[in-house]
Design a protein around this ligand. Structure first.
Ligand code: NAD
Length: 352
């Protein structure tokens, strides 16, 4: 079977902790040929750890290798320039979130990929979580009726760390919202098949003493184009053991509640409470959630490995990847509308 030959740009946390291990363990339609990091020591270490034949510390050397595709897992301030460079070298690109900092950058990325005739996919890995897929299926099949509210939460304990790029706003361009909330925004839009059109909320640096000001506390309210409301909450100051990473969907015929499905593990737990018909008003207000309650016990598969398999399959069989540049542009527009809303203390319309 033909295999797509990959290079990795950025051998840090997510690449070495999740994507490369899952790639090696579960992907059958691709192989990693080379890894590159701005730190030569890091690239060499990761190549040794995962038995990868070639490593280097420049994009130029990586792109000269006999590879079909690259996985970009560097800080987001270089996603645009590295995508353009890879596209110009004729490589297909799987890029980590957030796709870029500005809508203009997304335009440059799209132009370069279109001109070179290469495919691009945004690494929305949490769409591969089996519970999140089930939640989407339930919502799309009408099991909870008309959705009126969706909430997505992702938190972690993230203390000050010297030299951490996320804590330098000139590199990261944002805090808990940009880092974790982008996943939550995508989850709600994807599950509900709706776009966010208006946003407002609060963001603060409440607890952590970072060297530049990025939010460690972000609580956002959104309105979707189908009229439903949303809550997106992200905190860098909740202990990991206390995290719930809740996903909640409420509609006119029921609800879906999940914990731990928004995260890097392929796991989580989820239940739904649904009723086939909308009922009349219950003057006795009996709230029996045991009626029509269903627990889900599903088998999860590595979400990062699945992304590599899906994108490799798109390249092998000339399929359209499941995410588009329009999705990426919208994602940046929503994030930037949120930061504007918080700065101006008002509701902001999303314009993409
Ligand atoms: N999809 C997910 O679940 C997920 C999870 C974590 C991080 N991410 C995203 O992945 C990206 C990387 O995050 P991370 O947590 O792995 O960061 P990290 O700091 O752990 O790793 C980044 C690596 O990139 C290297 N690097 C920095 N600048 C570079 C450059 N110009 N060229 C090549 N290498 C460079 C660093 O030396 C480091 O090894 C970020 O955009 C982040 O938002 C996604």
């Amino acid at each position: 079977m033909a295999k797509i030959r990959w290079g990795v740009i950025g051998c840090g946390g997510i690449a070495a902790r999740r994507t490369i291990p899952e790639f090696k363990q579960m992907v059958s339609n691709a192989e990693i040929v080379s890894v590159m990091d701005i730190s030569a020591d890091r690239a060499k270490e990761v190549a040794g750890q995962f038995d990868i034949p070639h490593w280097c510390d420049t994009e130029e050397e990586l792109l000269e290798q006999d590879i079909d595709a690259v996985y970009i897992a560097t800080p987001q301030n270089v996603h645009a320039s590295q995508t353009v460079q890879a596209a110009q070298a004729g490589k297909h690109i799987l890029c980590e979130k957030p796709i870029a900092i500005t809508v203009e950058e997304v335009g440059w990325m799209e132009d370069a990929c279109t001109k070179a005739g290469v495919k691009f996919m945004l690494a929305w890995c949490m769409r591969q979580n089996v519970y999140n897929k089930k939640a989407r299926e339930l919502v799309q099949s009408g099991a909870v009726g008309r959705v009126v509210m969706g909430r997505a939460q992702l938190t972690c304990w993230y203390p000050p760390i010297p030299d951490a790029w996320r804590q330098d706003i000139s590199i990261s361009h944002g805090g808990a919202l940009l880092d974790m909330g982008t996943h939550c925004l995508d989850m709600l839009e994807w599950i509900m098949d709706a776009r966010i059109v208006e946003v407002t909320g609060f963001q603060d640096l409440l607890v952590q003493e970072y060297r530049t000001r990025i939010e460690d506390t972000s609580t956002i309210v959104a309105r979707f184009d189908n009229g439903a409301h949303g809550i997106i909450d992200n905190y860098f100051n909740v202990p990991d053991a206390a995290a719930r990473n809740s996903l909640e969907i409420f509609g006119t015929k029921g609800s879906i509640i999940a914990y731990g499905t928004i995260g890097q593990d392929p796991a989580g737990n989820m239940f739904s409470v649904t009723q086939p018909e909308e009922t009349g008003y219950d003057a006795d207000q009996v709230r029996n959630v045991e009626v029509n309650r269903q627990e889900y016990d599903l088998e999860g598969v590595g979400i990062y490995g699945q992304m590599i398999t899906i994108f490799s399959d798109c390249i092998l069989h000339d399929k359209v990847p499941p995410t588009s540049f329009a999705d990426g542009r919208h994602s940046v527009a929503v994030v930037n509308a949120i930061y504007k809303s918080v700065a101006d203390k008002r509701v902001v319309q999303v314009e993409d």
